[in-house]
Design a protein around this ligand. Structure first.
Ligand code: FES
Length: 379
């Protein structure tokens, strides 16, 4: 046991060197990965092993996982996310989660908090909620994301958040509290019912201690509890949020439909010219023609020499997974770039931008790409 942990420690240092010095692309890291994984099965290329230290139950379907990454993980800025991967039954499951804690907390305790809402269809969130035990080892990517606080704090901030969209906002707010914030901050926070608002006691305590934080809590489905508002985002909610406060920086985070509604509300109150930072989650909308009349194209996979039937009604990631493959993926919405893959030929439509690629070689993100023609992938 002693020998194994010593070997693991040495291997950790070697692979950090390899990660920083050698692993400049996925091909190189894939080449060396089996060697390191034979010694430490929890490690994946480009990542850092982290140990689960504590679990907190936030709501009936949300838990916070406190992780301690190994030395060498470079930290994060408030509002960023990481891809977390776990080996389950011999397969790596990877998803992206936003960090709810603060950089200061990481610097002082060496830990970070990931708050994960259970997705009934999500294999990884169900695994984390039901199977993960203290001491378990997972793998996290370097932090990434642009949902960041403004560089200067001479702003009036407005957060429009729904469901687990509160998580990156919470990282911001906790950092602002640590720094003794002086700017006005308004949080308009939606969840379905009174029991589903994550972090609500902490937010109420901050608002009670500081009148600079205006907290407006809305139940979208069930009346009651201590929510001050009822129903989905609307003009009367916006008026309450904006009373005597004109924001100079707006953050929107929640399901994709919420983002669309929030932006249209901002347009209605002439705030669409203000700096808006958004982060949304949930499936990307396929064009109606792909949804209603999908066709299919051959998808050639160079590494496995397979030819799959790729429907225009599915992303290339979904097609590969349904064929039993396990390409790396994280956010599944075009944010983390974990699923990037080399296309050697064929045209794909990018679901985020609507653009159609040219037919030549290109790096694409499988989770937001649907085929327009026959495709060949370096997969
Ligand atoms: S899985 Fe994150 S960009 Fe595709």
């Amino acid at each position: 046991m002693e020998t194994h942990s010593g070997l693991r420690h040495t291997t950790t240092r070697i692979r950090h060197w390899f990660r920083d010095a050698v692993f400049t692309d996925r091909t190189a890291s894939d080449y060396f990965a089996p060697f390191f994984q034979a010694i430490d099965p929890d490690w994946v290329p480009g990542g850092t092993v982290a140990t689960l230290e504590r679990i907190y139950t936030e709501t009936a379907d949300t838990k916070t996982f406190i992780l301690r990454p190994e030395n060498g993980w470079k930290g994060f800025q408030a509002g960023q996310h990481v891809s977390l991967s776990v080996q389950v039954n011999g397969r790596y499951l990877v998803r992206t989660f936003t960090i709810a804690s603060t950089p200061h907390r990481f610097r002082t305790t060496g830990t970070l908090a990931l708050t994960v809402k259970r997705n009934p269809d999500g294999r990884l969130s169900n695994y984390l909620h039901d199977e993960m035990r203290i001491g378990a080892r997972v793998n996290i990517s370097p932090s990434a994301g642009e949902f960041l606080l403004p560089a200067d704090l001479e702003h009036t901030l407005l957060y429009l958040v729904a469901g687990s969209g509160i998580t990156p906002a919470m990282s911001h707010i906790r950092q602002l509290v640590e720094e003794g914030f002086t700017m006005p901050v308004t949080v308009l926070y939606y969840a379905r019912s009174k029991d589903e608002h994550i972090f609500l006691p902490e937010l109420r305590a901050i608002a009670k201690a500081s009148p600079r934080l205006r907290l407006l809590v809305a139940n979208t489905r069930e009346a009651g509890g201590r929510a001050s508002l009822q129903g989905r985002i609307c003009l009367s909610h916006m008026e309450k949020a904006l009373e005597n406060r004109k924001p100079t920086q707006i953050y929107i985070c929640g399901p994709r439909g919420f983002e669309v509604n929030a932006k249209s509300m901002l347009e209605s109150v002439d705030l669409n010219e203000i700096a808006i930072t958004t982060e949304s989650f949930g499936g990307l909308a396929l064009p109606a023609s792909n949804r209603e009349n999908p066709s299919s194209h051959p998808l050639r996979l160079l590494n496995s020499s397979q030819i799959l039937d790729a429907s225009t009604g599915k992303t290339l990631l979904e097609t590969a997974e349904q064929a039993g493959l396990n390409p790396p993926s994280g956010c599944r919405m075009g944010i983390c770039h974990t699923c990037k893959c080399r296309k050697t030929e064929g045209r794909v439509r990018n679901l985020l931008t609507g653009e159609i690629s040219d037919a030549g070689e290109d790096i694409i993100q499988l989770c937001i790409s649907v085929p327009e023609t026959e495709i060949t992938l370096d997969l």
